[in-house]
Design a binder for this molecule. Structure first.
Ligand SMILES: *[C@@H]1O[C@H](CO)[C@@H](O)[C@H](O)[C@H]1NC(C)=O
Ligand SMILES: *[C@@H]1O[C@H](CO)[C@@H](O)[C@H](O)[C@H]1NC(C)=O
Length: 262
């Protein structure tokens, strides 16, 4: 008895013989016709040596092919391997790793019948979800610029959305809201730097700063000098001498002038 494969070949041979009488017979014609009419098994079977064997179920693979005398033997897929569909494979597929280093993590572990499903880690956006097994590639979410706030936090399938801060508020780009500028005056402080959308206003205690103090002391000394000179001039004119002395009481400079008339 002929197997179905042998029957197909015989049929093909007869067909080609008849074709050869009408057309120029070339090797190429044989090959292409042969391929087009190759041996096929039932969809639930696979072919081995022109025999059709029933497929092994998902989660298993072929251990030993069937023969005319022996039925097929199937073996379960080992840990870390899988087959999703009935198959005639001698090896199960390896599970896809979710590479932590590249921003992926496991959403669903690999089983004997399904591959691993990966998803982006927190802070990452999926940029390749063409793979049926979740996400294949990710990139970090965009961060907002200073002067912007996080309008919408990024998640696995959408990037961070930033919006500009309105006047009178600021953000370094890391917060989900813009904060009001500190109102220095309301705190009884001096504003030294005005706030902008990326930085808060800077305040300082109303106390005079070192340089301001130095300048004011200098000014007072100049005034005292003028007054002293004035005293000398008055002495010459009125024969009066003014004894000038001054002292510091904290921030206040006390100026004393004693009159001595001759
Ligand atoms: C904002 O976040 C980025 C990244 O997380 C960080 O490098 C930066 O120092 C943060 N800026 C501030 C002002 O906290
Ligand atoms: C906002 O103010 C900070 C310091 O107060 C300054 O460094 C920064 O350049 C300013 N940014 C803009 C956009 O004016």
């Amino acid at each position: 008895m002929l197997t179905s494969g042998q029957f197909d070949l015989l049929c093909l041979h007869l067909l080609l013989s008849s074709v050869a009488e009408d057309f120029h017979y070339s090797g190429q014609v044989i090959v292409s016709v042969f391929r087009a009419d190759s041996f096929t098994c039932h969809p639930a079977e696979y072919e081995v040596d022109n025999e059709c064997c029933p497929m092994c179920p998902a989660g298993t693979r072929v251990g030993v092919d069937c023969t005319e005398l022996r039925s097929i033997s199937c073996l379960p897929c080992m840990e870390g391997t899988f087959t999703e569909k009935p198959n005639g494979l001698k090896k199960c597929f390896s599970c896809t790793p979710c590479d932590q280093g590249s921003g992926l993590t496991v959403r669903k572990s690999c089983s004997a019948t399904s591959d691993t499903v990966c998803e982006p880690l927190e802070g990452f956006l999926c940029v390749d979800s063409s793979d049926r097994n979740g996400c294949a590639a990710v990139r970090k979410h965009h961060s907002c610029e200073p002067g912007q706030y996080i309008h919408q936090k990024g998640w696995s399938s959408s990037d961070t959305q930033c919006s500009p801060c309105s006047d009178g508020t600021f953000s370094d780009g890391n917060s989900t809201t813009c904060q009001q500028h500190t109102q220095c005056e309301e705190l009884g402080l001096l504003q030294t730097t005005a706030g902008n959308t990326s930085a808060d206003a800077q305040c300082e205690e109303e106390n005079l700063s070192g340089t301001v103090k130095a300048v004011s002391v200098g000014l007072v000394l100049v005034v005292l000098l003028i007054l002293s000179v004035g005293g000398v001039v008055m002495f010459i004119k009125r024969k009066t001498i003014f004894k000038v002395s001054f002292g510091f009481c904290g921030n206040i400079i006390v100026y004393m002038m004693k009159e001595h008339v001759y």
